[in-house]
Design a protein around this ligand. Structure first.
Ligand code: S3P
Length: 477
């Protein structure tokens, strides 16, 4: 049983000593949940959303649209939410700052909507969110005529004075579904047609909603493998009735556990299988993983069952073109690579530096604390994998970590560099306030048979996966 210590905001994890055979479901997709609330709020009529994610990020979106005057209610006796859409121009000026907590998606997407609404609003989040770059949306929105200002012209708080927007052609240089979606939203409010070109395709949930809501827009593949979206301003969004599938990015932690824990098999049902989200599956197959999609169906999104069983993995090279389709999975991918035979190299992933934390630094620092050889590149990282790795503290040569151990317990006098004794002490790892780093490190800790790891600052897991510990405990107890 893994128990969160409320006082210290940490967990103590003991590595598992037996295989797992389990079938689970994971909570609803975070990206789709954000968009369902946003697009339901500006639709003409009431939308019904089944199984909305209740992660902290998604609840922040619900609170934001309630603050903008939208009625959003839980339907009695059902796991469904009703959003009373009020049309493109039915939002009210918020009376206070909109708190976007830890959510980059909320901040960037809502900015596109607010830029087209004739009132004043301010967006501000937690210390991590307020350190994330916003020039990527400020610049194109300003080109559309929006009055949007940020700290140092780049960081939240953002203040927005909405107005009529003009349409633009915009080449989204950074592969980012958040930037693309922000501009699609602003395009709804622009005169004429807004045209967005993305060289590297990114998740297309916003476009799928526009189709579902019968909104006038077109989408076309380009000869170079990119995508052009053309949105007509001033159309009407129809209400919808959907059920949101499980989040692949949450499922990925359990896929890793199934692949890496000896003789295990984990099946995850009802998972979103959008092609732009499951890049990790193709990469894992190239690493010789036993991971399969065992059935699927498609309505407004592709949904299915994934089975992951214990595998002997080989290292892999990840290049820039592979990155967008697995952008959120790098923390858990790093754990997987730690057990793959050979050296795994990730390049072309500099976006990882500006996620919930600098994920390149967080991954490498933490793996090195586990004595897994790993190094940073400006745009990626390298990991020397070892299929037999079981958490040898004795190899450790970072004095900071060693001191932390020595100070914490008197068992640590066995920890000197010449000793052959393994298994002494406990790993101590930080999440850097990043939900996905926290969960990845917890999975790594579970793989180290009978070893103890303390993972600090884990409450951030609520950002995307509030029942992570419940699901984990239900399969390991
Ligand atoms: C998201 C897009 C991605 C992803 C984030 C959610 C979205 O960000 O990392 O967790 O819902 O659009 P970028 O598009 O900025 O890479």
């Amino acid at each position: 049983m893994i128990k969160l210590s409320i006082d210290t905001n940490s967990v103590l994890v003991k590595g598992l000593d037996k295989p797992l055979k389990s079938e689970i479901t994971v909570p609803a997709d975070k990206s789709i949940s954000h968009r369902a609330i946003m697009l339901g709020s500006i639709a003409n009529g009431n939308s019904i959303i089944g199984k909305l994610s209740v992660s902290r990020d998604n609840l922040a979106t619900v609170a934001a649209f309630r603050k903008l005057g939208i009625r959003i209610e839980k339907m009695t006796g059902e796991n469904k939410i009703k959003v009373h859409g009020n049309g493109l121009y039915g939002l009210k000026e918020p009376q206070s700052v909109i708190n976007t907590y830890n959510s980059g998606t909320l901040t960037r997407l809502i900015a596109g909507i607010l830029a087209g609404n004739d009132f004043f609003s301010v967006l501000s989040g937690d210390k991590y969110l307020n350190s994330r770059p916003m020039a990527r949306i400020i610049a194109p929105l300003a080109l559309m005529g929006a009055k949007i200002f940020g700290r140092k012209n780049n960081y939240p708080p953002l203040s927005i004075i909405g107005s009529k927007l003009n349409s633009i052609y915009y080449d989204v240089q950074i592969p980012s579904a958040q930037v693309k979606s922000c501009l699609i939203f602003a395009g709804l409010y622009a005169d004429g047609n807004t045209v967005i070109y993305e060289k590297n395709k990114t998740r297309d949930h916003t476009e799928r909603f526009l189709s579902l809501q019968d909104y006038p827009f077109t989408e076309e593949d380009t000869a170079d493998g990119g995508n052009i979206i053309n949105i007509k301003g001033g159309g009407e969004l129809k209400p919808f009735n959907i059920e949101i599938p499980g989040d692949f990015s949450s499922a990925a932690f359990f896929i890793a556990l199934g692949l890496l824990l000896k003789d295990s098999e984990i099946t995850i049902k009802n998972v979103l299988l959008n092609d732009r989200r499951i890049g990790l599956i193709s990469i894992l197959k190239r690493m010789h993983a036993n991971v399969e999609i065992i059935d699927y169906s498609e309505e407004f999104e592709k949904v299915g069952t994934i089975k992951a069983s214990y595998s002997k993995l080989s290292a892999i090279n990840i290049a820039e073109k592979d990155v967008p389709d697995m952008i959120d999975e790098f923390p858990i991918f790093a754990v997987i690579a730690s057990f793959a035979e050979g050296v795994t190299v990730v390049r072309g992933a500099k976006e990882l530096r500006v996620k919930e934390t600098d994920r390149i630094k967080a991954i490498v620092t933490n793996l090195n604390k586990f004595c897994i050889k790993s190094k940073e590149y400006s745009d990626g990282f390298e990991i020397e994998g070892n299929p037999d790795y079981s958490g040898q503290l004795y190899k450790y040569n970072n004095s900071e970590q060693k001191l932390a151990h020595i100070n914490k317990s008197n068992n640590f006098d066995v920890l000197n560099d010449s000793t052959e004794k393994k298994d002494a002490g406990r790993f101590q790892i930080k999440s850097y306030g990043d939900h996905r780093i926290a969960m990845s490190m917890l999975i790594l800790a579970l793989l180290l048979k009978n070893k103890e790891t303390e993972v600090k600052d884990v409450r951030c897991i609520n950002t995307s996966f509030p029942n992570f510990f419940n699901i984990l405990n239900s399969i390991i107890d």
